[in-house]
Design a protein around this ligand. Structure first.
Ligand SMILES: *Cc1c(COP(=O)(O)O)cnc(C)c1O
Length: 224
């Protein structure tokens, strides 16, 4: 397992670098976020020992169970929250995560602003856009994205640095990547979190600065 993870990380990192170069971009303009959800802390530690430092989790409770211990050993790790955040978990999320990628609705934005003022902890945030307008999926609809960005950034004062999306599973992701890039461009946001195991190279061609890769690094996940 340990050897596999190091080898998988090396292979995925190489593909990230090749995709960036192929797109005429600097290799270090893309950050690989290793998505460790459902995998135990011992597995994450293998990735840390292989030199990787940036991780993604989609549940606050799971992040709290795994990462404080790992952070003691590896103080320079960075944890991104990439899954839906309930307002009653905002305080916990701010204390355990370094980046919140899933700001997706006004009530959550308000709760984050309040708790940031209270705690003084202000991790950078991304707004999640539901580019496919899927009813069951998190994210602000594209038509409401500009107004929501203004609300978060200018009225609530959230440290919004970019956008994130998870395209519909059965659609060509390029259209969604292009849409996210366009919303970011017109709002002058420089960070784009898009692309997963199946399509991260394509996302890099469309300007992804962060790719969130789980399966290609850690293997298949069991059922949650
Ligand atoms: C699980 C997850 C990923 C990683 O998906 P893989 O296909 O395993 O690479 C990326 N982004 C989000 C939001 C996820 O929940």
């Amino acid at each position: 397992m340990e050897g596999n993870i190091a080898a998988n990380l090396a292979a995925v990192s190489e593909r990230v670098v090749a995709a960036a170069r192929g797109a005429g971009r600097a290799p270090d303009s893309v950050t690989l976020v290793a998505v460790s959800k459902t995998h135990p802390a011992t597995t994450v530690r293998h990735a840390l020992m292989a030199g990787h430092r940036v991780f993604g989790e989609n549940r606050v409770q799971e992040a709290e169970a795994k990462f404080p211990g790992l952070r003691e050993e590896f103080p320079d790790l960075a944890l991104h929250l990439i899954g839906p955040l309930q307002t009653n978990k905002v305080r916990d999320a701010l204390s355990v995560c370094d980046v919140i990628e899933s700001v997706d609705r006004p009530r959550l934005a308000q709760a984050l602003a309040k708790e940031m003022d209270h705690s003084g902890r202000r991790p950078p945030c991304l707004i999640e856009v539901n580019t496919g307008e899927e009813a069951q999926k998190a994210g602000i609809p594209p038509a409401e994205a500009d107004a929501f960005i203004v609300q978060c950034r200018d009225r609530l004062g959230l440290p919004i640095i970019g956008l994130m999306c998870v395209p519909p599973i059965d659609e060509e992701p390029a259209l969604h990547f292009a849409l996210l890039r366009e919303i970011a461009r017109r709002n002058e946001l420089g960070i784009l979190s898009m692309g997963m195991s199946a399509d991260f190279e394509k996302a890099i061609r469309f300007g992804a600065t962060h790719v969130r890769v789980g399966t290609a690094i850690f293997g298949a996940r069991g059922q949650l």
